[in-house]
Write a protein that binds this ligand. Structure first.
Ligand code: ADP
Ligand code: MG
Length: 685
């Protein structure tokens, strides 16, 4: 079978099962085998009762002491046994399994595997899996894949289907030249993909993962290099000169630019007036004041008689920018004629916007990626600024080029990356750094706590709301049940409505809501008709509500530190003292140690680098750091070393054979054009 063979050709997949897989975005055999497990279950050597760690999954080898209780609750039959290792005992509770009464005879020995829980001083497991010693031996030390599932699909079905597909899939011949394989110690693709699903051990898993991550980075960097070759030395078709508008605007602003902002503004001015087209990245920590720099560049563009566009990754953020600009226009009389263009506008509104853009009546166009769609034609687009996230990056310039424009490009990013990485990842851009926060900021007060602190936190939140402040609460998932034991936005909102005084206005926001609805909620929060906003990380990106002073993050252990730092950047944007409460639902020492880095520092670069040091092999798939460079498996931080290797490999290949015309590169060329056209969406819009 080939990459694009339908999964219906696999045994056991009928129309119904096919739709379950399709819900997960899996239509083809290729998509199936590159849908990697989200985690692995490790069958570690059994421990004694005394060796059980509350909160973790353990296999405990013990003797049955006897039944301690037998109850009925509704349709549920609850059967509890006591087991003992001779010294310590614990309780095992089973639901609707009456036959165990016969099986678990006092004195018999079994291995019980499940999550260890604690009630007071008593340890217990609910519904553990049961093995004889011989049965367990079969699983011992193996890693079994756990897949993201959807209703109707079990993990076992998924495993079997993948196993079958791996057997039938015709893997392509090795496409890298030998030197690349040897130098970087890459496993063959087949071995790697098989081992990612069914690894023998962690060591093999690590090697397997390396190959797949290398592939992702290689293709991405290859495309990036191609682009930078094309962009290099593009002539400046829109040469600008400085006008009085930007000077006057700066004079009227209620604050002076920081030294760092001034330096970057100078760099932008130099670019716009130079001989060649601008390709610049502004990198600066959250709250460092990047927006104003973008507006200055756009103002220079407008006052030179051209159009500029400001693209944001979400509608909420686009509307926020539009409002900021409108306020500046009203207050300071600057020469912007802004227009908003986002997907959720109705067709009449859109048509009006298109007309203003085409006629040149609008000189500042603010929106989402709707800005680069076919229907939009610009009169004189000279500058495109993309805010927060490189997501649009490469392809956006291509789509604009197709419209016959070759505008200046300015990208703004708050992703904290060390310079060495930035040079690789933004190889096609010059980099400006805003490495200073405005002086009037009060440092945010942080605390890392466990869930027992919640009621105290709610009292604190109620107090802040009573003082007129606003609050964000972040949960890792939208609704119940996607992942076990995690807080979700919908239920948490209900819970908060009970916990907080009824006068507190609470609403929620998440990525599955319709854009118009999201905009409405975000507007209401910005206007302070909402006090507490419960949300997924959709609010991570760039939102500016200076009156918000508390950021509470539930299941903080689930997030990368860089991401938590971004979330923290949503508060501390105004004159009031701000607070962050990171709630961990794990008491593990490593988890608390990792989170406590956030306590020690407010510096995004420092945090990301410390986070790396503390990661163990168990975090291979767990935590995503960067929403900006979203690779399927790779992570720019934890896989920085592989990124460097891939970058060197790409450079070497291109130096030798820029167009990949040599016979030895034929397979590689085919592979890359397939990988880049087909399924790998590196920078998903
Ligand atoms: P980010 O870099 O995260 O995008 P913003 O551009 O949204 O940050 O700026 C955050 C806040 O700081 C805004 O309210 C902005 O008006 C304000 N700000 C920007 N520059 C300065 C400055 N030099 N002094 C004081 N406040 C500033
Ligand atoms: Mg911003």
């Amino acid at each position: 079978m080939e990459y694009n063979s339908s999964i219906i050709q696999l045994k056991g997949i009928g129309e119904k099962t096919k739709t379950y897989f399709e819900k997960l975005g899996i239509h083809t055999v290729g998509e199936l085998i590159t849908n990697y497990p989200r985690d692995y279950e490790q069958y570690a050597a059994p421990v004694s009762v005394a060796g059980c760690v509350p909160g973790e999954i353990c296999a405990v080898s013990a003797q049955v002491a006897g039944i301690v209780s037998e109850k009925k609750s509704g349709r549920l039959q609850i059967l509890s046994f006591r087991i003992t290792d001779g010294k310590v005992s614990m309780r095992m509770t089973f639901f609707n399994m009456p036959f165990l009464k016969k099986k678990l005879k006092p004195g018999s020995c079994y291995i019980f595997r499940g999550r260890v829980q604690r009630y007071g001083s008593e340890l217990f497991m609910e519904q553990p899996k049961l093995y004889t010693a011989a049965e367990y031996d079969h699983y011992l030390n193996k890693l079994m894949p756990i897949y993201s599932l959807t209703k109707g699909l079990t993990n076992l079905t998924f495993q079997k289907t993948v196993l079958q597909a791996l057997g039938k899939y015709q893997f392509p011949a090795e496409y890298y030249p030998n030197e690349i394989i040897e130098e970087n110690e890459l496993l063959p693709e087949r071995e790697a993909i098989e081992a990612l699903h069914f690894p023998k051990d962690f060591e093999q898993l690590k090697l397997a993962r390396k190959r797949v991550v290398f592939d992702e980075f290689f293709a991405f960097l290859y495309q990036l290099r191609q682009n930078s070759l094309q962009n290099e030395g593009l002539p400046n078709q829109y040469q600008m000169f400085e006008t009085a508008d930007t000077v006057r605007f700066l004079e009227k602003l209620p604050f002076p630019l920081t030294k760092a902002q001034k330096k970057v503004w100078q760099e932008i001015r130099d670019d716009l007036s130079s001989q060649s087209c601008m390709n610049r990245l502004i990198q600066g920590d959250v709250g460092s004041g990047k927006t104003i720099l973008a507006l200055l560049a756009l103002l220079m563009t407008a006052s030179n008689g051209y159009q500029g566009a400001l693209m944001a990754p979400t509608e909420v953020l686009a509307m926020q920018h539009y409002e900021t600009v409108t306020q500046y226009v009203n207050r300071y009389g600057i020469c912007f004629k802004p227009v908003l263009l986002v997907g959720s506008m109705n067709s009449k509104e859109k048509k009006a916007a298109y007309e203003k853009i085409a006629s040149g009546e609008a000189n500042l166009i603010i929106g989402t990626h709707a800005l680069i769609q076919d229907k939009v034609s610009y009169r004189s687009l000279a500058l495109v600024v993309t805010d927060e996230q490189h997501r649009f990056g490469v392809r956006q310039r291509e789509s604009l080029a197709e419209k016959g424009e070759m505008p200046h490009i300015l990208v703004m990013s708050a992703t904290p990356i060390p310079r060495t990485l930035a040079i690789i990842l933004y190889g096609d851009l010059k980099i400006s750094v805003v490495d200073e926060l405005p002086a009037d900021r009060k440092p945010i007060k942080n605390c890392v706590v466990n869930t027992s602190y919640r009621s105290k936190a709610y009292r604190f939140i109620a107090g802040q709301v009573a003082e007129g402040r606003q609050v964000y609460v972040i949960c890792p998932q939208v609704e119940e049940g996607e992942l076990e034991n995690l807080e979700n936005v919908v239920d948490y909102t209900e819970k908060l409505r009970h916990e907080l005084p009824s006068s507190v206005q609470i609403a929620y926001l998440h990525g599955k809501m319709r854009p118009a609805e999201k905009n409405r909620i975000m507007d209401a929060f910005a206007n302070h008709s909402i006090d507490v906003l419960v949300s997924t990380t959709v609010i991570e990106v760039g939102i500016n509500v200076p009156n918000a002073t508390v950021m509470m993050v539930e299941n903080a252990e689930r997030f990368g530190l860089a991401q938590l730092h971004q979330l923290r950047g949503r508060v501390g944007r105004g004159a009031h003292q701000s607070y962050c409460i990171f709630v961990s639902s794990q008491d593990k020492e490593e988890t608390l140690e990792r989170l406590s880095i956030l306590n020690r520092s407010n510096d995004g670069f420092y945090i990301a680098s410390q986070d790396l040091k503390l990661r163990g092999p168990g975090d291979l798939f767990g935590i995503r750091q960067s929403g900006e460079f979203s690779f399927r498996v790779g992570d720019i931080y934890s896989d920085a070393a592989i990124l460097k290797q891939a970058s060197d490999a790409v450079d070497r290949v291109l130096a030798d054979d820029p167009a990949l015309e040599k016979e030895t590169h034929k397979l590689l060329k085919d592979h890359l054009s397939f990988a880049l056209s087909n399924n790998i969406d590196f920078r998903t819009i």
